[in-house]
Design a protein around this ligand. Structure first.
Ligand code: 13P
Length: 277
């Protein structure tokens, strides 16, 4: 893994804090959340966590357990979805103020499973993102092309359109308040992650679009993390890339041992990229 991390790749990312995050999807009930946190704390004692930004996204019903268990830090918590309105007749939904009250600092928006199975669109995501920022939550905005988009050579056009739609209402000063997550839809829950070459090109395209639309300062500051079949074996080469500011992990971090291994991967990359750990 260390050999995969080249100093030259890392120069541009030197000032951005690296992220090691996991979305649990529909896994880990409250009891499992408490066990996960207890084991993670034991494992974190042996790692250099320093200035890494760490967060887990449990299901709604585990947020209270997670908020209590992770209260000592450094792992923050967030939700996997929210409604765009603050309150009202929206049966089954949860709002941004409710997430804040539950102890969330983050909210994930536009995950491919929400788009594929729950009919979400980037127009709706824009409204959710506006509400999240208004309430002080950090939106994690997922961007990703389908396999069909990739084959047709329109991945970057699709990513730029998603970015432009979701962030349409935001001024340049707010862009870095969000975290962008490049998650190719064909690489989520798959056998393998996207290749470092593919990821480098897409992250570069996303950052270039931020620069075109919101300016160089926003582009230099915004974090773009990668998600999709990340493991301890492939994560080092991905987080080493200049425009990759962290890893967003599903299956490989649903256990505390797995998440600790991913934190270790990101911590090593931070050392080599010159981000303090
Ligand atoms: P996997 O790591 O299980 O492919 O899931 C990734 C993901 O959905 C990140 O949001």
């Amino acid at each position: 893994m260390d050999q995969a991390i080249q100093k030259g790749d890392a120069i541009m990312g030197a000032s951005r804090r690296l992220i090691a995050a996991t979305g649990w999807k529909m896994n880990n009930d409250a009891a499992a959340t408490r066990r996960y946190a207890a084991e993670l704390y034991q494992r974190l004692a042996g790692l250099r966590v320093g200035s890494l930004e760490l967060y887990v996204l449990p299901p709604f019903t585990s947020l209270a357990a997670a908020a209590a268990a992770f209260a000592p830090g450094p792992v923050a918590i967030g939700a996997q979805n929210m409604h765009a309105e603050d309150a009202g007749a929206w049966t089954g939904e949860v709002s941004a103020p409710m997430l804040v009250e539950a102890g969330c600092r983050y909210v994930e928006l536009a995950h491919s499973e929400r788009l594929a199975h729950f009919g979400e669109t980037y127009e709706l995501v824009r409204r959710k993102l506006n509400a999240a920022l208004r309430h002080g939550l950090v939106p994690i905005l997922c961007l990703g092309e389908t396999a069909e988009d990739r084959t047709a050579g329109r991945a970057d056009a699709v990513l730029c359109a998603q970015l432009d739609t979701a962030l349409a209402d935001q001024p340049a000063e707010r862009i870095a308040d969000a975290i962008l997550a490049y998650e190719p839809r064909w690489a989520i829950g798959a056998a393998a992650a996207a290749s470092p070459e593919h990821v480098a090109a897409r992250h570069g395209a996303i950052r270039a679009q931020v620069a075109r639309r919101w300016g160089a300062a926003a582009a230099a500051a915004v974090r773009i993390i990668y998600g999709g079949s990340v493991t301890p074996a492939n994560g080092g080469a991905l987080v080493a890339l200049a425009d990759v500011d962290g890893l967003f992990v599903g299956r490989a971090a649903w256990t505390a041992a797995g998440y600790a291994a991913m934190i270790d991967v990101v911590s090593r990359a931070a050392t080599i990229k010159g981000v303090p750990t």
